[in-house]
Design a protein around this ligand. Structure first.
Ligand code: SF4
Length: 323
């Protein structure tokens, strides 16, 4: 096995809020119990825990902190006096995390935290009135700004099957991309990479499918690194769109078309019926995908076998049992 193949086979690495990972680092010395979905994801990915508040030297127990200010000037300060400002140190800590773990391909944040929350974190006025719940935590925001490709979700949002599917899909895709970059980017490898992702992109966002194809087909028109930057941003943005039953069914019917000459009429009809059952909500995605995989295992097709769509993340996550 080549070094490049070994890298590809390594499990994706996710960052996770240290309190969610079972460490007693909350301001009051508690941990935060992870929900079943966070636990399940952690079983199938490698994880590395970080606590930004501990990372900037706040101990346990510590005075609680919160977000204060206008939308444009929000900062993170102690609840009692609003005079101890930790904004800059926590932003710097986010950059340190990305430097310490360049292989991170996603991050599980912590719902509601002024440091680690993702969306809807409470913001207060200078005199302590609750103004809105409209912020990311300071650490989460700094991560997003420093690496816009890094998939971020918090433990609360991961309860949503669609958001969970999108998160693990993007984390695995980013892991795959980082493995390609480590191996050495070439035009040929970039084209091969996109070829594997075509049907997954089609499932998530047809306009991106239509624009990424020509971009890659005309790879020689742009310097390679410019092309790669453009490509990976467009790919990750495409995968941020939720795949629906309709869009998944569209891809399933496309893939079924490759079996036209290799399975019997009865098998074809049964497969089409299963895809239709999925489209109208009677069975989960795993049902027609399993049937397709079964047919392609009996009738191998190198192009289809390479498609990430058939297994964009470990099957053991059982995400496709719920979408
Ligand atoms: S700063 Fe983040 S990781 Fe640390 S205790 Fe708060 S939510 Fe958990």
């Amino acid at each position: 096995m080549t070094e490049g193949e070994q890298k590809t086979l390594k499990k994706p690495l996710l960052g996770i809020g240290s309190c969610l990972a079972g460490n007693a680092v909350r301001y009051n010395g508690d941990t935060k119990k992870p929900n079943e979905y966070v636990r399940n994801i952690c079983e199938h990915f490698d994880t590395r825990a970080f606590c930004p508040e501990m990372g900037v030297g706040l101990g346990v127990p510590r005075p609680p902190i919160r977000l204060v200010g206008t939308e444009d000037t929000v900062r993170i300060v102690d609840v009692k006096t609003h005079t101890h400002d930790y904004t800059g140190p926590i932003q710097d800590y986010a950059l340190q995390v990305l430097q310490q773990a360049p292989e991170l391909c996603g991050y599980i944040l912590v719902k509601g935290s002024p440091s680690c929350g993702y969306g809807r974190v409470k913001r207060y006025s200078e005199d302590g009135q609750h103004l809105a719940s409209d912020q990311n935590g300071i650490f989460a925001n700094a991560l997003a700004q420093a690496d816009p490709l890094l998939p971020l979700e918090d433990d609360g949002r991961l309860n949503d099957p669609g958001l969970r599917e999108s998160f693990v899909t993007r984390a695995c895709a980013y892991h795959d991309w980082k493995a390609l970059i480590n191996e050495g980017l070439t035009t040929h490898r970039l084209i091969a990479f996109y070829t594997r992702y075509k049907y997954l992109v089609m499932a998530h966002h047809v306009p991106s499918y239509k624009s990424l194809g020509p971009l890659v087909a005309n790879a020689d028109r742009l310097p390679l690194h410019e092309l790669a930057t453009h490509f990976i941003h467009a790919l990750m943005a495409a995968l941020t769109h939720r795949a629906t039953r309709r869009s998944h069914s569209n891809v399933l019917f496309h893939l079924a078309g490759y079996l036209k000459r290799t399975i019997t009429t009865a098998q074809r009809q049964r497969l089409a019926a299963l895809i239709e059952d999925y489209r109208i909500g009677q069975v989960p995605l795993v049902v027609p995908v399993t049937m397709l995989k079964h047919h392609f295992s009996d009738n191998p097709n190198a192009y289809i076998d390479s498609q990430v769509f058939l297994e964009p993340y470990p099957d053991e996550l059982r995400v496709r049992n719920l979408v």
